[in-house]
Design a protein around this ligand. Structure first.
Ligand SMILES: Cc1cc2nc3c(=O)[nH]c(=O)nc-3n(C[C@H](O)[C@H](O)[C@H](O)COP(=O)(O)O)c2cc1C
Length: 366
């Protein structure tokens, strides 16, 4: 039986005081009609707080009403009604003794205009590219870039006012921010493209301007992924030196925590080292890092969308990596979607009660 006590040690950093090291991964649920999170959404998050999750990260939340999403029933943090809905969510989690951060999301080139109230508005991205080599839209104009930055900042400020314990910028998985990072989707030759300083400028501006408004003490997280939806094998930064050039401007802009998205947390990033993406982020920047990917489950999440079930799996590898202090927190997605009491069961060694993840969980909010 795995000794999982390290997962349940309290941690304190970046002005976040967490009762344990388990983070609920951000997961889009599409249960917010009118883009407003209702009582059922509040109850869903509260149950995970009651289930001893150290830090809940919300599903991706839209930063505007027109270009940010083409996914149905995704909540935003723009309208008064949506903000009131989030206040209800935050209050519920806090009453249950939990902490909750919001993930701010702009789908960028993965917004399908046909699924939106504004199909006439082209999707935004660094160079109008969804699939490398096939531009679909115009690159974002300078004015659109300014608008997008301002919307992220305004959303972060609103989240702080509402009472969220942290803000996470979604800079992963090929969405808007990531479209600037990756040299296959950012072909710009102005100050928003080119070398690493150019390709990190969009994210850095969001972070810098948010930091100026929320103050030095408010926890800011960024989620990044080497892999892309278009290319699971992609490496945005091909070497540790490149990774350092990617992360350093974000640290200088004021980011506190790196959340490095992998599909399988144990996979090393570069040859010659066992470190994963979060391990490298922590090593290169000295900042706390969150890892993620197939924790406690036999299969990975993209296959789960296609219907693959995943059996409970050993936590030995995770415990070893955390004992070596390679990263600080571990995010758990599907296992917590399937079972709000996953953390309690792991903590109490109730291994025979851990559940198989099935596709049914994707269609339910409980
Ligand atoms: C239903 C579902 C929705 C997701 N939505 C988001 C999202 O909104 N933002 C995000 O960064 N990742 C999202 N992800 C990815 C998860 O945060 C996580 O990285 C992934 O599921 C791997 O963790 P797991 O293997 O523990 O499930 C989603 C995953 C699932 C299964």
């Amino acid at each position: 039986m795995t000794d999982t006590r390290i997962l349940f040690e309290p941690v304190e950093f970046a002005n976040l005081s967490l009762k344990n090291r388990i983070v609920m991964a951000p997961m889009t649920r599409s249960f917010s009609p009118g883009n407003i999170p209702g009582d059922d959404v509040a109850a869903y998050y509260r149950r995970r707080a009651e289930g001893d999750v150290g830090l809940i990260l919300t599903e991706g939340v839209s930063t505007n009403e027109d270009t940010a999403t083409g996914t149905p029933n995704v909540p935003n943090i723009v309208t008064d009604a949506a903000k009131a809905g989030w206040r209800n969510v935050v209050d519920g989690v806090h009453k249950a003794g939990g902490k909750i951060g919001i993930q701010l999301w702009h789908e960028g080139p993965f917004r399908n205009p046909e699924n939106t109230p504004h199909p006439e508005i082209p999707s935004w991205s660094a160079s109008g590219i969804k699939m490398p080599g096939k531009p679909l839209w115009e690159p974002m104009s300078e004015a659109e870039i300014e608008t997008a930055i301002t919307e992220f900042v305004d959303a972060a400020v609103a989240a702080k006012e509402i009472g969220f314990d942290a803000v996470e910028f979604h800079g992963a998985h090929s969405y808007l921010i990531d479209s600037f990072f990756w040299d296959q989707t950012n072909l710009r030759d102005d100050k928003w493209g080119g070398d690493w300083d150019g390709r990190t400028r969009f994210a850095s501006e969001i972070i810098r301007r948010t930091r100026a408004k929320v103050g030095a003490d408010y926890p800011l997280i960024i989620r990044l992924s080497q892999w892309k939806q278009q290319d699971f094998a992609a490496k945005t930064a091909a070497t540790p030196q490149e990774l350092e050039r990617w992360l350093t401007p974000l640290v200088e802009a004021g980011i506190d925590v790196f959340h490095m998205s992998q599909r399988r947390f144990w996979e090393p990033t570069y040859e010659g080292s066992e470190l994963n993406d979060a391990g490298w982020a922590k090593k290169l920047t000295g900042k706390p890092a969150i890892s993620v990917g197939s924790v406690g489950l036999s299969g990975e999440f993209i296959a789960a969308y296609a219907g693959e079930a995943s059996e409970p799996a050993s936590l030995d590898r995770l415990v070893e990596m955390m004992e070596r202090e390679e990263f600080d927190l571990i995010a758990v997605g599907r296992a917590l979607l399937q079972d709000p009491d996953w953390a309690v069961k792991v903590r109490d060694n109730r291994n025979d009660e851990l559940q198989t993840f099935t596709k049914d969980a994707l269609g339910k909010l409980f």
